[in-house]
Design a protein around this ligand. Structure first.
Ligand SMILES: Nc1ncnc2c1ncn2[C@@H]1O[C@H](COP(=O)(O)OP(=O)(O)OP(=O)(O)O)[C@@H](O)[C@H]1O
Ligand SMILES: [Mg+2]
Length: 347
């Protein structure tokens, strides 16, 4: 659907040059919700603005349904942009126009007649749940309602893609959830492809099928959202995930513990409880769960357990080995003192 090839954007001014996006290649598939996450200044807005040539890339290509957007004349580009809707953190509504006028204005610009405009604007307001606010002004609406108006406006010309630049960043968590639900509904009911940029990994976890992590203009990791959450490779990705799946154990518990503390991850079908109870049956170790949580990402379970294992060093090592053979990756957060000593002796 959208194919970005080796895209770079360098800003040049009297003060010097700034790299906005650095050699990014991404393929966004028809009908998916694709998230781009990164800290402030990572290049997310620059990238998304390059997708509809609001910002002209310095080099590289943006292909939409096989058409090279950079090769279009300005008239052709205006036409192509009708199939690319966009919403922003700050809503960008016309304050002197009513809600329904804000939506129908986008249709007027596309040459749709008055009667048809009204009909379509009303239908869109119904879709976003704002039929009763049609004749109010933006100033009379809450942030969430304003974002609903801007979504209705962005959908006016039946776009194929909706680009969202921090669309929920100005909203409280509850309103964020309701807007994400609306985006999900539009995605599944209208089959609309959505590209969503955010600095909140929670947003990615909620609705993105795939995502990319950006740092200093580059994409440092990308993949299926579940896979990224289950096995992040890049340190920055890990930090983002920790904001959602936090298993930090209080220092005092850590210091007081005499045992070996391990972090276990259960993905997909693996039943965490069964593995843990099996382990305690087969090894002479005691297990104390310090943290346990199951998150659902794209309807798949991802369990995080932090466990303290106590017992003889040999038994604990045996337990760890059998955990590793069933789970693969088992991170030891702290070795028991007895194990440290036995390892030192072995050396
Ligand atoms: N118009 C511009 N002129 C010069 N430099 C720019 C311009 N727009 C962005 N930049 C620079 O490009 C880099 C990427 O900025 P960008 O706005 O894309 O980041 P972002 O990830 O969207 O950040 P935020 O989360 O704060 O919105 C930054 O270093 C920024 O200063
Ligand atoms: Mg931005």
């Amino acid at each position: 659907m959208i194919s970005i090839e080796k895209l770079s954007k360098i800003y040049t001014s009297k003060e010097g040059t700034v790299i906005g996006v650095n050699d990014v290649s991404l393929d966004i598939k028809q009908g998916e919700i694709f998230g781009v996450v990164g800290y402030s200044g990572a290049g997310k807005s620059t990238l998304i603005r390059c997708m509809n040539i609001l910002e002209r890339p310095t080099s590289g290509k943006v292909m939409m349904d096989g058409i090279d957007l950079m090769s279009l004349s300005s008239k052709e580009l205006r036409k192509a942009r009708q199939s690319i809707g966009m919403i922003f953190q700050g809503f960008h509504l016309a304050m002197s126009k009513t809600v329904v006028e804000n939506v129908s204005f986008a249709l007027k610009a596309a040459g749709v007649g008055r009667v048809e405009r009204k009909k379509r604007a009303e239908k869109l307001l119904d879709l976003v749940g704002l039929s009763d606010k049609a004749n109010q002004f933006p100033a009379q609406l809450s942030g969430g309602q304003k974002q609903r108006v801007s979504i209705a406006r962005a959908l006016a010309n039946n776009p194929k893609v909706l680009l969202c630049d921090e669309a929920t960043s100005a909203l409280d968590p509850h309103t964020t959830q309701s807007i994400l639900k609306l985006l999900k509904k539009i995605n599944s009911e209208l089959g609309l492809t959505i590209v969503l940029i955010t600095h909140e990994m929670e947003v990615v976890k909620e609705i993105c099928d795939r995502c990319a992590v950006m740092e200093e203009g580059r994409v440092v990791e990308e993949g299926n959202t579940y896979d990224i959450f289950a096995a992040p490779k890049n340190d920055l990705t890990k930090r983002f995930i920790q904001t959602v799946i936090d298993f930090t154990i209080p220092e005092v518990l850590f210091d007081k513990s005499e045992g070996t503390i391990v972090h276990l991850k259960f993905t997909g079908e693996t039943a965490g409880e069964a593995i843990v109870s099996d382990l305690l049956q087969h090894h002479k170790v005691r297990g104390n769960i310090l943290h346990g949580k199951v998150d659902y990402i794209q309807n798949q379970a991802l369990g995080t357990f932090v466990m303290e294992l106590t017992g003889e060093a040999k038994e604990v090592r045996g337990a760890l080995n059998s955990l590793r053979s069933t789970l693969g990756d088992v991170e030891v957060l702290k070795n028991a003192r007895s194990i440290d000593q036995s390892m030192a002796r072995a050396e």
